[in-house]
Design a protein around this ligand. Structure first.
Ligand code: 4AD
Ligand code: MG
Length: 482
């Protein structure tokens, strides 16, 4: 079917030319003016029909939600609100929409309601914008790495390892749950399972990305990851997309530089390529925040906030320095933190991260050199440092305003003996990870990488407060609809 996309008609304004447009009716006024949207952009195209010429039969079918096509000439609009419009000489109805039964209605619907109708929410202005911006960010991620000579590596979705060592995995099996085969000593007999061993959905592509990096130099993954953690928050999904670059001959500082450059690059890309969608989302956010108390509103409008990230260096400090700031902070002294900061070694909660980013520094923060005990086994052990009470690792978390942790990464432990000791201490099975250890046995080198939670990035750029509203079909405890 030959058609011109509405985005093209609205940007090129081919006055005098005939076009064929197709889309869904967003409004129909005075039996004459159709607001048509085909998803190619935020704006609607005004299609003007002649009621006499069309006839009752067709007119009565032009309704909110109906799919139609129109053929006509592009002319300058006489009315307000649009520069051009299409004078339809022919209208085709592709799909009727019965408003009595249609879950969407031509009025403001809550995000909660739309989440329950996620199969149709793409058709709203807000979600149209969110998913176009999401696409632009994904594209920008690939462009960023491609320009720098990274190779896109597809790591497995089904794995036999737990990359984070946190045990939050979804089991993958074809064994019959109602009649599980057992070994003589009563254990589940995984030898009879599809892969002949226990397997799960991956929590991270990092370990495989490390294998790639130690040969290809610079690689990244961008794929779905799965976490069976029972977190019902606005920042957690059970299925989310993660971008994980891994770089050979790189240390923690290189890693922080790469992450900062990448975040700035993709944010700049969105500002440049999605101005209308971001404007729409900015207005939506202002509207949403009107009812909130002043201290819960964003300090900057959406686009200014994105611009701020692009234009300013991120604050870098160590965990140990952050603990000092937090210890002496007014909320800690006044007992306002739910988890008071008393000692070095405590894991940071989101209230602490938010204090650092939103109150103390008021900009993105890169926190480094966390206590070894609260981080994953693969992170590189730091040399002891004066003034630091315990062993630390070359870890880094990037904290964003309104989001908290958006990136987690580290320089990797490349020394075989140190890594083996760490794995023993943390009960990470050595034999299962022999392949990972082989990179340390043969031609090991300093290397580093990180993971960026793609949905948290989309949240930051779109200003959507719930992570369930930036992925098409969110998976979270108790929900796998659609
Ligand atoms: O900090 P995480 O767990 O780090 C890793 O998985 C490393 N293997 C990454 C690496 O070094 N290659 O996760 C990385 C990021 C977090 O900072 C967060 O943005 C996101 O992934 N993330 C989640 N996003 C949505 N829902 C969840 N349940 C998430 N868990 C982590
Ligand atoms: Mg993390």
């Amino acid at each position: 079917m030959k058609r011109t996309k509405i985005a093209e008609v609205l940007t090129k304004e081919p006055i005098g030319q005939e076009v064929t447009v197709m889309g869904w009716v967003r409004a129909f006024r005075n039996n004459q003016f159709i607001a048509l949207n085909d998803g190619s952009c935020a704006r609607h195209l005004q299609v003007v029909v002649n009621p006499e010429q069309l006839g009752e039969q067709t007119l009565s079918r032009i309704k909110f939600g109906a799919a139609i096509g129109a053929v006509g000439r592009v002319v300058e609009s006489q009315g307000k609100g649009q520069r051009i419009e299409v004078e339809a000489r022919e209208v085709t109805i592709y799909g009727d929409c019965d408003l009595e039964k249609y879950p969407l209605q031509p009025k403001k619907l809550s995000l909660e309601y739309l989440r329950e109708h996620a199969h149709l929410r793409f058709r709203t202005n807000t979600f149209g914008a969110v998913f176009r911006v999401r696409h632009a960010l994904a594209y920008a991620v690939h462009q960023f790495f491609h320009e720098r000579g990274f190779f896109y590596l597809h790591t497995p979705i089904i794995t036999a390892s737990d990359a984070e060592g946190a045990g939050e995995m979804f089991r993958v099996t074809t064994l019959p749950l109602d009649n599980v085969p057992r070994t003589p000593d009563g254990q589940v007999d995984y030898k009879q399972d599809f892969f002949g061993r226990p397997t799960n959905l991956t929590v991270s592509g990092q370990l495989e990305a490390e294998l790639g990096a130690l040969a290809l130099g610079e690689v990244y993954t961008f794929g779905p990851t799965f976490r069976a953690e029972n977190s019902n928050t606005t920042r957690h999904l059970a299925e989310f997309w993660m971008i994980e670059p891994e770089v050979a001959f790189a240390d923690l500082e290189d890693n922080a530089n790469l992450a900062e450059a990448m975040l700035q690059y993709v944010c700049r890309y969105a500002l440049e390529h999605c101005p209308e969608d971001l404007q729409l989302l900015e207005e939506r956010l202002l509207e949403e925040e009107k009812v909130k108390p002043q201290d819960q509103r964003s300090p900057m409008p959406l686009r200014e906030k994105i611009r701020f990230v692009v234009d300013n260096r991120f604050e870098r400090l160590t965990y140990t320095e952050a603990i000092e700031i937090l210890k002496n902070s007014p909320p800690n002294k006044k007992g306002k933190f739910q988890f008071p900061i008393e000692r070095w070694g405590a894991d940071l909660q989101s209230e602490h991260e938010r204090y650092l980013v939103e109150k103390h520094f008021q900009k993105p923060v890169i926190l480094t050199n966390y206590p070894a005990a609260i981080k994953a086994f693969y992170m590189r052990l730091d040399d002891p440092k004066e003034g630091v009470p315990g062993p630390t690792v070359a870890a880094m978390d990037i904290l964003f305003p309104g989001i908290g942790e958006i990136v987690g990464g580290s320089q990797r432990e490349e020394r075989l003996d140190v890594l083996l000791q760490k794995m023993r201490d943390m009960n990470i099975p050595e034999d299962e990870l022999y392949w990972f250890l082989d990179t340390r046995r043969f031609g090991t080198c300093p290397h580093a990488g990180f993971g960026l939670g793609f949905e948290r990035l989309v949240q930051f750029v779109t200003g959507m407060s719930n992570i369930r509203d930036v992925i098409a079909f969110p998976r979270y405890p108790g929900n796998a609809e659609f």
